[in-house]
Design a protein around this ligand. Structure first.
Ligand code: UDP
Ligand code: MG
Length: 318
């Protein structure tokens, strides 16, 4: 019998929430009256996530577990889930119950109306720090300004995609993945449902500032050359102004008797320009690093074990 829904749950050190999340999801999915699979992707957790997920999959034949050999990151965990999903519709949801599972039912009804992507738009974010809220708001708006792809505002990876969309995404093998951008990029009939983002059920965020920054850079560099263009515009503007200033200096030297003391201004300009040059090198470096990642062509992730499939205990790479 073919599977109707695949629910992908990426998990990194989520021992405190996983049982609850499983039960809430099960309750919601049982309401649909159709069959489904739950794919718990354990992204190299260092706590008891693997053991608890394994237990659940022993109890419930709808639950599968994919264990990574180490932490590969949220976006890669989602990708692995999509690679393994068998359903006609695939839902990605966070493990911490910030995305209420009940919203999946609204997504399913939109899907049945014929939409191929149903994303969930956050009306309110509860229980997150002011810093997170502000940086997230700014990031989505900056991203919108920077890219030509319509990436919806205030929307995470909580969404439903049709099998067709999933198959297309599986073909996009870029390494530094920004999944929500890729989903927008592929097109298809898209719509949204609105929801209130709840507080994390337990535990704390698995997105420290370091991961947030690299996530934001992946988003921008994967979908925009604007930072590179801005670098050249800035370089151009600075050259022109330096040139004009050179004339001013020459004029003063030749036609006026002003002595130019100049130490402070020389040092100041030097530091400023050096800083700008280094920053622009950094921008270029971000792109070159990503080109390097692509050229190495390593697998996106390494699976150490899968559970809940008929043929378990395989080691595979994709
Ligand atoms: N996550 C993951 N790998 C990571 C970081 C996070 O699989 O390296 C998962 C995490 O377990 C959760 C989801 O990604 O299910 C979102 O993470 P989190 O809730 O910590 O982020 P936030 O909601 O604070 O942005
Ligand atoms: Mg969360």
């Amino acid at each position: 019998m073919s599977i109707m829904y695949s629910i992908i749950v990426p998990m990194f050190n989520e021992e405190e929430v996983i049982e609850h999340t499983y039960l809430r999801l099960k309750q919601v999915m049982d309401c649909t009256g159709e069959n489904y699979e739950m794919i718990l992707v354990n992204d190299g957790s260092r706590d008891r996530t693997a053991a608890i997920a394994g237990d659940i999959s022993n109890r419930d034949s709808n639950v599968r577990v994919i264990d990574f050999s180490r932490n590969f990151g949220h976006q890669i965990a989602i990708t692995a889930g999509m690679d393994h999903a068998k359903g006609h519709a695939i839902v990605v949801i966070d493990a911490d119950l910030q995305d209420p599972p009940e919203v999946i039912l609204d997504m399913i009804s939109k899907w049945k109306e014929g939409y191929e992507v149903v994303y969930a738009k956050r009306l309110v974010r509860k229980g997150e720090t002011l810093f997170k809220k502000i940086t997230a708001k700014l990031f989505y708006r900056l991203l919108r300004k920077m890219t030509s792809v319509e990436i919806p505002l205030d929307t995470g990876d909580f969404r439903l995609i049709d099998r067709k969309v999933c198959d297309v995404l599986k073909g996009l093998k870029e390494k530094n993945r920004f999944v929500r951008g890729l989903v927008s990029w592929v097109g298809f009939r898209q719509t949204y449902v609105e929801y209130v983002r709840e507080e994390r059920f337990a535990g704390e965020t698995k997105y420290p500032l370091r991961k947030m920054i690299s996530f934001a850079l992946d988003g921008i560099t994967s979908f925009s050359y604007k930072p590179l263009k801005m670098a050249s515009y800035l370089g151009f503007t600075l050259s022109i102004s330096s040139f004009i200033y050179l004339f001013v200096v020459l004029f003063q030297k030749i036609f006026t008797s002003k002595t130019i003391a100049g130490w402070a201004s020389v040092i100041g300009i030097n530091l400023l320009f050096n800083g700008i040059v280094l920053m622009l090198l950094g921008v270029i470096g971000e792109y070159i690093g990503r080109i390097y990642d692509e050229s190495k062509d390593r697998p996106l992730y390494i699976v150490s074990e899968t559970k809940g499939y008929p043929e378990t205990k395989e080691v595979q790479t994709t």
